[in-house]
Ligand binder design. Structure first.
Ligand SMILES: Cc1ncc(COP(=O)(O)O)c(C=O)c1O
Length: 397
């Protein structure tokens, strides 16, 4: 008896596994600083929680339409209009988080053997999701000097007649890079010219810290590109709603109907109560959400400065999301605490075992020699974690 080839190929999500390990050590009483989780430490805003409690008390606890309640789909469509995106409520499908939205999207467009271009560094689940639908991930290595943005020349090189889609993730996890409108226009031209789909993961779109830079959705750059783009978004990050599991796709009607059919036969609707909470997140007061954004900016400025002051470490100032991507290549080739540092996993291992700091090694994101620090954690932990990383470098190099 053998598992399917697909199941054998899929690895557990490395960031979730690492974070679980850090939390396990914490539960054992070890004072671990967990820089590995992509999860805001804030509570879900009060008004959102109250909307959920009201939904329970109103007995809003039955099946809903499988693509989501109409009011929420309409609220998402209204929200996207602010980004210059004209969608009807019927073009939106509410799913169990944006991870599920991505799985739905790829299930709707991918045939076995179809290639999907994924610029690296990439969010760790992309390649596994493509594998789950029997697609072929084609990884393109971006360059640090290009702020980890993929160029059209690189896309041309990666393109084959089997290319079906391209993933764009702006703001990016793990680098925090944000594509400008001009850069997205070039990528949009490429996608239209080659007649391929674009999966645009915009889950961090509200988390941009530069006043000069505005989020642009590639789908807003013309009818041709909108027609072939599936926008992915969710409530986990900007509304601190990771556990509620609400995300969505916005796409042309044909794709939306296909996604809704797939969802109707896999998960049905998402949790009815979470849908009411998400509706309040979009329609209700955004005071707490704005405070979170300010706090993230403060934390980013602090951790970026602290890390850049540590000899041998360097990083690019992230423009969005809540991660710092730190180049550790200058630490490699030395033995520390009995471990030969051959790669960023070895660096992460020593940081966790000897300094109680959990970071994600960059192999998870398809590149070598970096670690990812998530600053979606408390200021106390950020200060302490930075101190411990500094101690690790100063004591051993
Ligand atoms: C780029 C990106 N996309 C999607 C997700 C999935 O988020 P969720 O499924 O909680 O909406 C994450 C979570 O870390 C992410 O970083």
């Amino acid at each position: 008896m053998k598992l399917s080839d697909m199941a054998l190929k899929i690895r557990p999500s490395s960031t979730l596994s690492l974070s679980a390990e850090a939390n396990r050590r914490r539960d054992e009483g070890i004072d671990v600083i967990n820089f590995s989780a992509g999860e805001p430490d804030f509570n879900t805003p009060e008004n959102i929680k109250e909307a959920a409690i009201k939904a329970v008390n109103d007995n809003f606890t039955k099946y809903t339409p499988y693509a989501g309640i109409y009011e929420l789909r309409a609220a998402v469509a209204d929200e996207l209009k602010k980004e210059g995106l004209e969608y009807e409520p019927e073009d939106i499908v509410i799913s169990n988080g944006s991870k599920h939205a991505l799985k739905n999207a790829f299930s709707a467009i991918t045939d076995p053997g179809d290639e999907v271009i994924i610029p690296a560094p990439y969010w760790n689940s992309y390649a596994d999701i493509v594998n789950m639908v029997y697609g072929v991930p084609v990884i393109v290595q971006t360059k640090k000097e290009n702020l980890f943005k993929v160029s059209v020349d690189q896309l041309e090189e990666a393109y084959t007649p089997n290319t079906k889609a391209l993933i764009i993730n702006s703001p990016n996890n793990p680098t925090g890079t944000v594509y400008s409108k001009g850069e997205l226009e070039k990528i949009a031209d490429f996608a239209v010219r080659k007649d391929i789909y674009v999966i645009s993961d915009e889950i961090y779109r509200r988390l941009i810290y530069s006043r000069k830079l505005r989020h642009t959705s590639i789908a807003s750059l013309g009818d041709d590109i909108k027609e072939r783009t599936i926008v992915i978004d969710g409530f986990s990050k900007s509304f601190s709603m990771t556990g509620w599991r609400v995300g969505y796709t916005a796409s042309n009607r044909e794709i939306a109907d296909a996604i809704a059919n797939i969802q109707s036969n896999s998960t049905s609707n998402i949790n009815s109560i979470a849908q009411m909470a998400a509706l309040e997140a979009l329609k209700g007061d955004k005071g707490e959400v704005e405070l979170m954004l300010k706090e993230f900016q403060h934390r980013r400025d602090f951790i970026a400065q602290r890390i850049s002051d540590i000899p041998l470490l360097s990083s690019i100032l992230p423009k969005g999301a809540f991660y710092l991507f730190v180049d550790v290549s200058k630490l490699l080739g030395k033995e520390v605490k009995g471990v030969m540092l051959n790669n960023s996993s070895d660096v992460a291992k020593v940081l966790l075992d000897s300094y109680n700091v959990a970071v994600v090694p960059s192999d998870a994101f398809g590149v070598s020699n970096y670690i990812r620090i998530s600053y979606a954690t408390s200021m106390r932990d950020i200060v302490e974690g930075a101190n411990r990383i500094e101690k690790f470098v100063k004591q051993n190099f």
